[in-house]
Ligand binder design. Structure first.
Ligand code: FAD
Ligand code: DLZ
Ligand code: SF4
Length: 520
């Protein structure tokens, strides 16, 4: 193969239109996919995430082969498997003797750093190509960010709407006369509305084989492997997405911020794992959703809300990640030092909202945005957990987690650890918020109306303790002024009682230090 190209495709690059495959010559080139222990265990990912990726990789390889493309696929149980990208490249070079290597840039800093050494290590040209599956190049984001005092998603999003034309009218104004219908997206779920289930895909023979492999090799990882219902091909993922568009999109907007007992997915799309692995294309997804509005199958608040997540938030967090790494990982504005409460790994807590979010995460490798942000994220913020430990948890437990998207959401959005680069104020909230948006509190052992005492909801005293501890850090942030005003009006004795109860609660928490879920 001396003049051929070895094209490495990573587990989250399963898109036929990938830049590294664009000029593939089927007569000379080989596509390499490798299942490696190092990627499955650099954090010990949820079992479902590993099974999803391995099965999707195997199906992607089979589809390329059907096109007549030579694919070299190294399975995890290959006795010669070296366990790492480097080791597998070394072995593949010996098998194929290519003239050069082509790869699309990865989604994580640590992998990119490694790739930048490959040319020297392997002694042949390594071409690292831009990942064209995003709307905004990392360099365009850097240009947009240049010179701005603060980076606000809303302005970035407007710019992206203008650039792409999504939901823009002929005169260049936003459809419906507004950029943002967020105010219309805050309903709670009435008892009589039952959200339709997400379409589940039955595992085929390839997936069943992978499930056995994961069971045998990653039994000590977090989460339930069964039942396994994820799509593992682009066609299946498209069916799952189309089912969302028909069955849940019309109400996606209204209930976007809702929480409800026993409802793990509500009206959410549950497609982040497919978008992030490359089985769905963000452009096609946004275009389909816009068409649903133009054909009057879904209202504007739902369609705009959805497009804002994919075109706005998803692109914004990626831009921020590449702009601020590697330092971003060290951000710790509130100087959180605590280990992660052990119940994050078991779900065993009397706080019903937390038990629901963690239990569903364990079962599904999924929780919706408000659970991630206002329940588990909010608790970690109020409890002063070290950002490293929180990030580790989020990277382990979700099937859609890759550092480019996980880190800004955790460090920037949930923890405000970047001091306000991503968010204009901390998303800190007492039990009152959870009570307003859910039906949890009526069934909880704690009383959300109480601020101190044995029955008091821990979110309440932890919240006011957080405000007390960090009041000075909020400085002149106008968005915190009202809260500080209410705090200063509180009876000192009550503040002191809440402070003491928070301290006792936190002292009694069994915690797990960062690193326990890294490697083997
Ligand atoms: P929907 O609610 O149906 O939204 C549609 C799509 O919009 C999602 O599939 C996703 O691709 C995109 N999206 C929505 N919000 C965001 C966001 N804040 N950032 C990026 N994309 C967004 N998302 C991940 O993909 N991977 C992660 O590791 C991840 N970690 C998170 C950690 C925290 C603390 C928080 C607060 C959010 C995190 N998110 C993450 C964002 C968001 O919660 C998930 O994308 C969403 O819950 C996925 O479910 P869905 O597909 O049903 O989304
Ligand atoms: C997450 C993951 C896992 C579990 N396993 C593999 C693998 O065996 N082979 C592979 O190519 N990719 C895997 N991935 C995805 C990578 O971790 C991901 O490509 C990098 O983190 C860069 O985003
Ligand atoms: Fe969560 Fe507090 Fe409500 Fe219980 S009372 S569900 S702990 S917010």
């Amino acid at each position: 193969m001396a003049s051929g190209v070895l094209r490495l495709v990573l587990g989250d690059q399963l898109s036929r239109g990938l830049s590294s495959l664009s000029d593939l010559d089927p007569d000379q080139d080989v596509v390499l996919l490798v299942e490696v222990e190092a990627e499955a265990t650099y954090v010990r990912h949820h079992k479902k995430k590993i099974a999803f990726l391995f099965s999707a990789m195997r199906h992607f390889a089979a589809a390329l082969r059907e096109e007549g493309i030579a694919v070299d696929y190294v399975a995890l149980d290959d006795p010669e498997n070296s366990g790492s990208f480097r080791g597998e490249l070394q072995r593949a070079l010996a098998r194929h003797a290519p003239a050069r290597i082509v790869v699309t840039e990865p989604g994580e800093w640590r992998v990119r750093e490694d790739m930048l050494q490959w040319e020297e290590t392997f002694g042949l040209p390594v071409e690292l190509r831009e990942d064209s599956r995003f709307f905004c190049r990392t360099s365009d984001f850097a240009d947009w960010a240049e010179g701005r005092k603060s980076l606000r998603m809303e302005y970035f999003y407007r710019e992206m709407r203008r650039r792409t034309g999504f939901l823009m009218d002929a005169g260049g104004a936003p459809e419906g006369g507004r950029w943002n219908f967020d105010q219309d997206n805050r309903k709670t779920l009435p008892d009589e509305i039952a959200p339709p289930d997400v379409l589940q895909v039955k595992p085929d023979a390839v997936t069943r084989e992978v499930l056995d492999l994961v069971e045998a090799r990653f039994d000590d990882h977090f989460g339930d492997l069964h039942p396994f219902w994820f799509a593992v091909t682009a066609e299946e993922a498209e069916r799952v997405f189309e089912d969302f568009v028909q069955e849940r999109l019309p109400q996606f907007g209204d209930y976007q911020d809702a929480l409800a007992l026993g409802e793990a997915t509500l009206f959410h799309s549950v497609i982040s794992l497919y978008l992030n692995a490359g089985l769905l294309d963000p452009q096609a997804v946004c275009a389909r959703v816009e068409r649903a509005w133009r054909e009057e199958d879904a209202p504007l608040n739902a369609v705009e809300g959805f497009i804002r997540q994919v075109l706005g938030w998803r692109e914004f967090v990626r831009g921020l990640y590449w702009l601020k790494m590697p330092g971003y990982r060290q951000s710790n504005f509130f100087e959180g030092q605590r280990g992660l409460p052990a119940f994050y790994w078991t779900g065993e807590t009397e706080m019903l909202c937390m038990a629901e979010a963690i239990g569903q995460t364990k079962t599904n490798a999924y929780a919706h945005h408000i659970q991630r942000l206002m329940v588990t994220g909010n608790f970690a913020l109020l409890a002063g957990v070290a950002p490293g430990a929180v990030n580790e948890w989020y990277l382990v437990v979700y099937a859609d987690a890759y550092e480019w998207v996980e880190l800004p959401n955790v460090t920037g959005m949930a923890l405000f650890a970047d001091g306000g680069l991503l968010a204009s104020k901390p998303y800190a909230a007492s039990g009152k918020y959870i009570d307003r948006m859910s039906n949890y509190c009526k069934r909880c052992r704690y009383d959300v109306k109480q601020q101190v005492g044995d029955k008091a909801c821990p979110f309440n005293y932890l919240y006011w303790d957080f405000i007390a501890r960090n009041g000075e850090r909020f400085g002149t942030n106008p968005r915190m002024a009202l809260i500080l005003k209410s705090f200063h009006r509180m009876q000192p004795a009550k503040v002191e009682a809440m402070r003491r109860q928070a301290e006792a609660f936190l002292e009694n928490l069994e915690t797990v230090e960062e690193g326990q879920w890294r490697g083997r």
